[in-house]
Design a protein around this ligand. Structure first.
Ligand code: ZLM
Ligand code: CA
Ligand code: ZN
Length: 391
């Protein structure tokens, strides 16, 4: 295969289901599924679709989703509607236990609303991650991408943090049918708690999350550096808590040595990466200061191990930033350099504030609260935990 600045090109399969573009979490909700359509439009306008295979995807079935989720919860996801919910009564009661909807009359700011077309949305984004996992299992793809997936907070029987179905856990189950050990890496600014919990006592899945851990930051009380997994999974959960304001250099000072050590001691046969774009500078929810190049460097680094690689989306609340980021990371996956100038396309007005450039500048004068003391301490605890897995 042809060479390029990032090493050999890879067979990349890309999954995109148009059915998620119109999904609406509600007016003013921070989660905007259309950002994935924006990323797709950018990817197309850069001509990247010609460098990837697009295999057919079909919405995941209830059975496939039930490989992880509780049946009662799956039933709620199928049946709940904004109307049924508004009517109150039994549905509201059931939804409450499953963490779907607002529970105080005046609470309009709700994380997991009973959105129109909820079940269809869940089936489509999970179907994409499942199809992507299957392409890696069959060997059709070396890298498979589903930017609409990566909803890492969903639990077996409840929604959490804008996530209803945990497509990552479903996809990892599929990968475990072929690969002995699967590594999960999560660079979303939030802790990947749903995935960590699902495999907390598993020797075959190692989870690593880099995340912001500041006062009241979601999910509260999760992802401490001391949380290392239990039973057969001991030392196979890795948590790298960050303060606000982390920049590219500081992030990679942690990411590279930690991931190199993880690769050495765990020796995975496949890698799943959640590429949440809320760790980027200027995000509406996150308070980190990564550039797109810095974020994508994480993808480049994991790609360099030449293992089957599943790339998923996740958070990302400044939509022009996250769409540009996932487009650039698609180019990184392929192994192709793309121009900084954004081509004329249907969403190009969104990029006006960044001069129609992919690589928008990081915020200046942001304080980096990750002192050398903090970073060195975190690094040494994580590295010490990992030595327990040495042969
Ligand atoms: N309130 N509207 C990341 C998931 C983060 C829990 C505090 C809701 C929001 C947020 C929703 C329009 C991923 C919490 C927050 C306000 C209880 C979170 C609707 C603004 C709005 O304006 C908003 C009325 C909404 C939600 C902010 N929620 C910010 N942070 C977190 C969940 C998901 O990126 O990791 C992966 C996709 N929730 O902090 C509260 C405790 C609900
Ligand atoms: Ca994370
Ligand atoms: Zn997030």
């Amino acid at each position: 295969s042809q060479s390029c600045p990032d090493g050999p090109k890879r067979r990349v399969c890309y999954y995109y289901d148009r059915g998620i573009a119109g999904v609406d979490y509600g007016e003013d909700h921070v989660m905007v599924p259309r950002r994935v359509d924006m990323a797709h439009a950018l990817i197309r306008s850069y001509g990247l679709l010609g460098d990837m295979a697009r295999l057919r995807t079909r919405p995941a079935t209830a059975d496939e989703i039930s490989s992880f989720h509780d049946e009662g919860y799956v039933g709620l996801l199928r049946d709940v509607t904004p109307e049924g919910f508004a009517a109150g009564g039994e549905m509201t009661h059931a939804a409450k236990g499953f963490n779907v909807g607002a529970f105080a009359k005046d609470d309009r700011s709700v994380d997991n609303p009973p959105i129109a077309g909820l079940w269809d949305y869940c089936r489509r984004y999970a179907g994409g991650s499942l199809a992507a996992a299957r392409a890696l299992v069959s060997g059709e793809a070396e890298i498979a991408i589903n930017w609409s997936g990566g909803l890492h907070h969903a639990c077996r029987e409840r929604a959490s943090g804008f996530c209803y179905v945990n497509d990552i856990v479903v996809a990892i189950h599929e990968l475990l049918g072929r690969f002995r050990r699967v590594l999960y890496v999560d660079i979303d600014v939030h802790h990947g708690d749903g995935v960590e919990t699902a495999f907390i006592d598993s020797a075959r899945v190692m989870t690593v999350s880099f995340h912001q851990r500041t006062k009241n930051f979601f999910p509260d009380g999760k992802g401490l550096v001391e949380h290392v997994g239990v039973g057969d999974g001991q030392y196979r959960a890795v948590n790298v808590p960050l303060n606000e304001g982390m920049d590219d250099q500081g992030y990679h000072g942690l990411f590279r040595p930690i991931m190199a050590k993880v690769m050495e001691v765990f020796q995975p046969e496949a890698i799943v990466m959640q590429c949440g774009g809320d760790s980027l500078s200027g995000d509406r929810l996150g308070n980190q200061n990564l550039s797109i190049a810095g974020h994508a460097q994480c993808v480049r680094f994991m790609r360099s191990y030449n293992l089957p690689l599943l790339l998923l989306g996740g958070g990302g609340y400044t939509v022009n930033h996250v769409a540009a980021c996932w487009c650039y990371e698609t180019a990184v996956a392929i192994g192709k350099e793309i121009d900084d100038a954004i081509p004329v396309h249907c969403y190009d007005s969104y990029y006006r504030s960044q001069g129609y450039k992919l690589h928008y500048p990081v915020a200046k004068g942001i304080k980096n609260d990750n002192t050398d003391f903090h970073v060195t301490r975190t690094m040494s605890i994580v590295m010490r935990n990992l030595t327990h897995l040495e042969a």
